[in-house]
Ligand binder design. Sequence first.
Ligand SMILES: [Zn+2]
Ligand SMILES: [Zn+2]
Length: 364
Amino acid sequence: MHHVTVGHALLTNPATALARLVPVSRVRYNSPQQFSTMRAMLLDVPRRPLRAADVPRPEPGPGQVLIAVNACGVCRTDLHIFDAELANPKLPLVLGHEIVGTVVATGPGAGRFARGERVGVPWLGWSCGECRYCRTARENLCDRARFTGYQIDGGYAEYAAADARFAFRLPGEYADADAAPLLCAGLIGYRSLVAAGDAERLGLYGFGAAAHIVAQLARHQGRRVFAFTRAGDTDAQRFALELGAVWAGASDDRPPEPLDAAIIFAPVGSLVPMALRTVAKGGTVVCAGIHMSEIPAFPYDLLWGERVVRSVANLTRKDGEEFLALAPKAPVRTEIESYPLEHANEALGNLRAGRVRGAAVLKI
Ligand SMILES: [Zn+2]
Ligand SMILES: [Zn+2]
């Protein structure tokens, strides 16, 4: 039997995933405001516009930090959750898994960060540490993983609570809003680039937030980038060339020479056989998105010659440490379009329409 005694409070907060028994004396705040509310953009049900609401501010549970959100990136995965292409989100839900903010309170055992410190929170919010994948350095595939802005409330809000073990210190070179896209577009892009092996001629299909970061990393590593965009999207093609791509064209164009690998960021299954047509023998096609439309049937000839098709799922904390150390050295510069929190629906709409140059970021 639990006994609620003086000095403890039973915190039943609908804005957090779990109600927790937290000894109040062990939660450390900058200021004693722990029972106030915050502004958040809520997804009540899929496919209905996010609703601006005042909700209870989350409490940092054991091992968690409470973060005052300064910026949160808007990712294509947010659209997949919004559209119910990813099943069973927490509802109502605060989307957003590219969170940059300041620690304002720490729960018991979250001493990894101090109050006042800047942190970044990515998509992987928690993993079990016990399953076959976690025990073999593949926590990105954890059977019981929980994800920020999907099963855990994310960063389209003034505050977010996060497991301190899965948060990152961010390189000081980046302003808050500029750092936000590093936390998913950058991290997943980095993992995809590693999966592409030592490809010297690298194709990128879909030139959005992730590709604009990967292009800079790839160039820094001495690779040549070939950018593929929607037919007629000359703005995106020009953007790719500005960032160092040696060639840019439409997704059904043939590049001037065969490629060693291609990464597909666009959620379009028909790009898989198209990309296979452009890679040389031994080449790899990496599918980097969490959701893709159906892949059409294709002749075995396209795969023959030891070509490989693979996906990249989520991230490990090691990916994060490696990428965040590399980004300022390249240096990666992020191009962002910023929106106020209340304009999150507009940001999602522009992302869906392909109207965002670089990455969309909410400034909070
Ligand atoms: Zn696990
Ligand atoms: Zn993402």
